[in-house]
Write a protein that binds this ligand. Structure first.
Ligand code: ZN
Length: 292
């Protein structure tokens, strides 16, 4: 019943890093993975005070659910199923973001923000940066910029220069740039913290065939979908900001219906518009007037 194989896709280097965190009883690793001990059938959080097992008895899992699926029981000393420190911190930082978003005019001071979530200004600054990749001030400036341009996420016009040299924060065309890279230069997620990523929100897309990667501009995700539907979502919350639907002609026969239910790389951003190459062979340009 006990599965000797660790989580799939864990490289030898990543496993070695996890083992080091276990040996160090590193509390910062809590919530990022759990380790399971074959001889006892028990899994623990990395910081568990219990005696360390032999390395060859240990396998790693992304979280409690995964370890339990492999047949392990939760340790009674470190209670790995309870909210980890990491999750609690993430929740608090999320509350700090909301506090900034709701502040009517001037951004709240570090002290006020810290009081709101119960952190000292110093600790808040450090944790905020660790979870969001920016400082509270930078976050507040981004919120303010969005407000000044009117409407959540309407976004600055997309220029030729921006398309030619997109910043790492944006993903303005299907493959990221004209050189067809297909990968992002963002470095906020790395091998050290990727295990701590959690699902923030989910979204039901239109019925059909799709492997669509959204375009991203100033925190708004533009999603081309089957049957001539384009949606703009708030990347942080998953809220729907804007939608375009173009009615399809009635057609007989499977071939055309099949064609209508596919979408891939059918949108582009330029100036203040979203362009859609429709399934019924039109090009539609629509202004990105987003509603809150
Ligand atoms: Zn334990």
């Amino acid at each position: 019943m006990l599965d000797p194989v660790s989580s799939p896709r864990l490289t030898a280097g990543a496993a070695a890093g996890r083992w080091r965190a276990v040996l160090a009883r590193d509390p910062a690793a809590d919530g990022r993975f759990v380790f399971a001990v074959r001889s006892t059938g028990i899994y623990c959080r990395p910081s568990c005070p219990a005696r360390r097992p032999r390395r060859d008895q240990v396998s790693f899992y992304g979280g409690p659910a995964e370890a339990e699926r492999a047949g392990y029981r939760a340790c009674r000393r470190c209670h790995p199923r309870e909210d980890s420190m990491h999750d609690q911190q993430a929740t608090l930082i999320r509350q700090a973001c909301d506090f900034i978003e709701r502040a009517p005019d001037a951004p709240p001071s570090l002290a006020a923000l810290g009081r709101h979530i119960g952190y000292s200004p110093y600790h808040l600054h450090r944790m905020f940066r660790r979870f969001t990749g920016v400082t509270p001030r930078q976050y507040a400036e981004a919120v303010r910029g969005r407000r000044l341009r009117g409407g959540l996420g309407a976004g600055a016009p997309v220029t030729d220069a921006m398309l030619a040299k997109a910043g790492a924060d944006d993903w303005l065309m299907r493959r990221g740039n004209f050189a067809n890279w297909g990968f992002s230069t963002l470095d906020q997620i790395n091998t050290g913290n990727v295990g701590g990523l959690r699902l923030a929100w989910a979204w039901n897309m239109e019925l059909g065939y799709q492997e669509e990667a959204p375009l991203a501009h100033e925190g708004v995700l533009f999603l081309a979908q089957p049957r001539n539907v384009v949606q703009a979502l708030d990347g942080r919350t998953g809220d729907l900001l804007w939608e375009y639907r173009r009615e399809l002609p009635k057609v007989e026969g499977g071939y055309h219906n099949d064609l209508f239910s596919r979408a891939r790389g059918t949108i582009a951003l330029h100036d203040d518009k979203v362009f859609l190459a429709t399934a019924d062979a039109h090009i539609v340009a629509s202004t990105r007037t987003l509603v809150k």
